[in-house]
Design a protein around this ligand. Structure first.
Ligand SMILES: Nc1ncnc2c1ncn2[C@@H]1O[C@H](COP(=O)(O)OP(=O)(O)O)[C@@H](O)[C@H]1O
Ligand SMILES: [Mg+2]
Length: 239
């Protein structure tokens, strides 16, 4: 893998980010003050034990949720200052999500699943058709466009989900344990697609439990108990 690729502009810059979940009267601090700095066109893995805050961090990065404290700049825009409409637009246009459980619409075809973000973005029929076809071909599903998730393997569902994440050509691709529900072979094929996306210029951030997948990324961020674990036990700063 090309780990020496030079990264440039800021993609993600988080300072002293905290996230508190309130469940009834119980407060739980899932992120306890972390700094994350990811440049444009980096490929970064997030690892850590179950419950360490990885998905919480990913959801904040992708603006699916908001931090309880701290500052977050996404492509140099201060996320806390964006209106709900602006945030929805960021989620639709600037970020592509891939989840462990695929999160496809079960009664819609691969084509329709990939088309959905384009409909939200207001693309016309012709644009949608050419983009969906291009994307499904790109992930190797040119012959499965009419299949519904029930008619696909796990690997095919995840490739559909990747095509959907790419619909509006976001620079940032986020994947939360994208191979967690896949056999080893399909998982490798999926990871290969993420590497291709990185080479094509996207910024890729993926959560994984698989150390060989993490090791093939340019950089690994380790979380432990809601803090970044830099191995020397002294808190939250990355090396
Ligand atoms: N919506 C929520 N409400 C309350 N607690 C939550 C919520 N989401 C996550 N948590 C808690 O926050 C901690 C971190 O969760 P999560 O970010 O999902 O960890 P990971 O992805 O590393 O397994 C866990 O203890 C989890 O129980
Ligand atoms: Mg998780």
């Amino acid at each position: 893998m090309n780990k020496d690729k030079q990264a440039g502009a800021n993609m993600i810059k988080m300072t002293d980010i905290r996230k508190v979940y309130n469940t009834g009267s119980v407060k739980f601090e899932a992120l306890r003050g972390i700094d994350v700095d990811i440049k444009d066109n980096e490929m970064v893995a997030i690892v850590g034990p179950s419950g360490s805050g990885k998905s919480t961090l990913m959801n904040l990065i992708g603006c699916l949720d908001t931090p309880s404290a701290g500052e977050y700049h996404l492509q140099d825009r201060r996320v806390e200052k964006l209106s709900p409409n602006q945030l929805a637009e960021v989620r639709n246009r600037d970020v592509g999500f891939v989840f462990q459980a695929f999160n496809l619409l079960p009664y819609s075809t691969a084509y329709e699943n990939v088309e959905l973000p384009l409909l939200f973005a207001g693309a016309n029929n012709k644009e949608r058709k050419s983009r969906v076809t291009e994307l499904l071909n790109r992930v190797g599903l040119g012959d499965k466009m009419a299949n519904k998730p029930t008619e696909m393997s796990g690997g095919e569902m995840q490739r559909t989900a990747i095509a959907r994440a790419l619909a509006n050509n976001p620079r940032l691709i986020l994947a939360d344990e994208p191979t967690g529900n896949l056999d080893t072979k399909s998982g490798k094929e999926i990871i290969k697609i993420f590497h291709e996306l990185w080479k094509a210029g996207h910024t890729v951030v993926l959560i994984t439990h698989d150390m060989s997948i993490a090791g093939d990324c340019q950089r690994v961020i380790k979380l432990k108990d809601g803090l970044i674990d830099n191995g020397n036990g002294n808190g939250n700063k990355m090396v």
